[in-house]
Design a protein around this ligand. Structure first.
Ligand code: THU
Length: 135
């Protein structure tokens, strides 16, 4: 697969327009295709107290969970930037929580560029419950 299915990209691009990013002026949109086939979207939401902000991926995953779904089968993240946006570290761990390692994550720009990666490639060596094992 070298190009994304247009519906997922369109959903991410559309919700990006509703992002609330007056401090960074960097709007991000995310779309998660869940196991049912439904698409859940989210945009970044900033706050005057900067650390309170929410990432687009975080918002989209929260919408999916709120709708009663727990598995992502394809994801799209889009921003207005020169190169496709690499998701932040915390959002890689969030994607890992709800998707298998081979799930495709599309990284796109509003100019139309996009590249495909996977949850496993974005987060090798993810934190896991095995790390909390006690003897
Ligand atoms: N942002 C996201 O929404 N997702 C990412 O993966 C990277 C960063 C947002 C957070 C903040 O509102 C703005 O982009 C600048 O960091």
């Amino acid at each position: 697969m070298t190009t994304s299915v247009p519906d997922l990209r369109a959903a991410a691009a559309s919700v990006r327009e509703n992002a609330y990013a007056p401090y960074s002026n960097f709007k991000v949109g995310a779309a998660m295709r869940a196991k049912s086939g439904k698409i859940y979207v989210g945009a970044n939401v900033e706050n005057v107290s900067y650390p309170v902000g929410t990432c687009a991926e975080e918002a989209a995953l929260a919408a999916m969970i709120a709708a009663g779904e727990t598995e992502v089968v394809e994801a799209y993240v889009i921003a207005d930037c020169a190169e496709p946006i690499p998701p932040c570290g915390a959002c890689r761990q969030r994607l890992k929580e709800f998707g298998k390692d081979d799930v495709t994550v599309w990284l796109g720009t509003t100019d139309g560029a996009e590249e495909a990666t996977t949850i496993g490639d974005l987060l090798p060596g993810a934190f896991d419950t095995a790390h909390m094992a006690r003897s």
